[in-house]
Design a protein around this ligand. Sequence first.
Ligand SMILES: *Cc1c(COP(=O)(O)O)cnc(C)c1O
Length: 493
Amino acid sequence: MAQLIFEKSRMGRKGYTLPKNDVNIDINKSIDSKFLRKQDLNFPEVSELDVMRHFIELSHMNHFIEKGFYPLGSCTMKYNPKSHEALVRHPCLMDLHPNQPQESVQGALEIMFELQKDLSEIAGMAQTTLQPVAGAQGEFTGLKVIRAYHEHKGNHHKNVIILPDSAHGTNPASVALAGMKVVEIKSNSKGMVDLEALRSVVNENTAGFMLTNPNTLGLFETQIEEIAKIIHSVDGLMYMDGANFNAILGIVKPGKIGFDVMHYNIHKTLSTPHGGGGPGSGAVSVREDLVKFLPCPLVHCKDGEYYLSFENEETSIGRVHSYFGNFAINVRAYIYLKMLGGKGLREVSENAVINANYLMKKLEKTYLIPHNHTYCMHEFVASGDWQKEKCTKKNDDNTICQIKTLDIAKRILDKGYHAPTIYFPLIVHEAIMIEPTETESKQTLDEFITAMLEINEECINNPQIVLNAPTNTPVRRVDDVKAVKELNVRYQK
Ligand SMILES: *Cc1c(COP(=O)(O)O)cnc(C)c1O
């Protein structure tokens, strides 16, 4: 491993010299001694070049899309154009203050207005709030809107949200946060909503149904109209978790097939670098009669003038974030949409889907793919079950050597890739969830396929190398159970 910055330190070496103090005060006299540091801190003393090398080395220990393929299922780790970064850093955008008079920020308001409009159009819905700052917060917002819809009608008993067992983990959590109850139903053997199971739990307390589409198995739920009919028959609302929208952009309008509310994961689908947990944007689109419940303000336009509208303040669920959400993330989405246009957006999804299907087909003889009865959408879920079965051996000393999905994922790191998402969704044994995204070339996919086939060979012929992986990463296999229980990230020489 590279030298850490503390090890590079040499007494007296400097990377920066402070200007001479031109204020004539004696710090020891003018500041109470209890606030003064008693001993020197152990800061590294290094040159500017040392500092540069330190941070570049650190960055190389990490994995990022510009370094290599990043097939982390459900996370849409695609390449995001650098032109967005340049544009969003333009002083005309970056130096704005959210409290400026509206006539001085007409351009920013126009961007928000246009984005509200474009997202509503893509969703097939009436209006969109840009305020939520994460997918999960979009869920919370959309569910509060559903709750407000029922409360507004005096239907206080309607407080149950039904969702399938393939739901993303944030879904039930958001339902609970929004003050409602979760009823989970099993998926059928094809990975779809089981209509009989659904019918058996729908009743007058049903507030709505929440579905990720394409679902977390990477499959398009084909029975939406039937599901919507069942849910709407008891005046429930249909919520779509749109985090997987990069599979259906410009192809399916959720509002036209029975959904009433949806959130986008702007940072996934519409292009923002989003490793490490943020910042994000979880815009929420709703049908016409739900607009009055959205957070205020929305941006409206009258006679060519853009303004913040608080006209729904009485019925609104209230703010979910200060000011206008993560404005800079939304600007990136605006640029992305305007650069691609309708046709380009459709191509995004076509490429995402074809890339995933190509990988799935090339791997299906080597890795178990439980739901390959049909084409997948932007991702698919494989399983390490075959490798686990084939590669369980009793050693001479009676210990058991068994390859699991975790080992395969660790070996993928050795091949220079980020691992796929593993052990999710929960309904697939030893799950390996692979999302190649639309920005990868056939060559990259072919290289990844070769690596996956090699790993399978290793599982059979040289299992120890898989069990010991990773061996060429800056950090070897960590004890993740211990890391959760006794996390200690402090550097000690
Ligand atoms: C990523 C994701 C979410 C949560 O989004 P965050 O921005 O991480 O809060 C919700 N649902 C699905 C299906 C997702 O893939």
